[in-house]
Design a protein around this ligand. Structure first.
Ligand SMILES: [Zn+2]
Length: 186
């Protein structure tokens, strides 16, 4: 765990924490895909900081992390760091969050697709992975909200997949045959 401010345990700087991470996962990438998750925290679904934080001071260190993929909050923190992320992270998958884990308002698929298009300006599709900003299960969000957010994530990603000529992901949860409430009269 990297502290947002100060040194971990009062003495470990960011460079040393990268060494700890790399020692911990040494040899693991030969057996599985290693992901390094980053986020700005989610205590009781609240932001920790009043202002949106920037990844930019940490990108050089993150580029040294011995992982196949690194996740970034880009929904709740905005897209301001995408250019710098694309510049700094060149040999790993870049995982962007398109779903906010702090809010109960379910994102629309077109919001998700707009964010993905923005990311594609800086990160090639071959290395871009779509995810949520952070986990949604640990704190107060209901399963229903989380489920609909995941559906929006898939539908929004499919919009861009279609534009790129890529196969769309099946999304049974959005199939009208399985809806619990009818949205149009017969
Ligand atoms: Zn997280």
């Amino acid at each position: 765990m990297v502290p947002a401010r100060g040194k971990a345990f009062g003495r470990l700087g960011v460079g040393e924490l990268v060494d700890v991470f790399n020692n911990t996962v040494k040899g693991l990438r030969g057996k599985t895909e290693v992901w390094c998750h980053t986020c700005w925290g989610n205590p009781s679904q609240q932001r920790i900081f009043r202002e949106v934080q920037s990844y930019q001071p940490t990108l050089a260190a993150l580029a040294r992390v011995d992982a196949d993929a690194i996740t970034f909050e880009t929904c709740s923190s905005g897209t301001g760091d995408l250019a710098a992320i694309g510049e700094a992270i060149r040999d790993k998958k870049v995982v962007i969050g398109v779903i906010d884990h702090h809010t109960l308002q379910v994102e629309r698929p077109d919001q998700v697709s707009a964010l993905i298009r923005e990311a594609l300006k800086h990160i090639p599709a071959e290395r871009l992975v779509i995810s949520s900003d952070c986990g949604m299960g640990r704190e107060g969000m209901s399963r229903r909200h989380a489920a609909y957010k995941m559906v929006a994530m898939v539908l929004g990603t499919n919009i861009v997949r279609k534009e790129l000529g890529l196969p769309e992901a099946e999304c049974l949860a959005a199939d009208p045959r399985y809806v619990l409430s009818l949205t149009q009269s017969r």
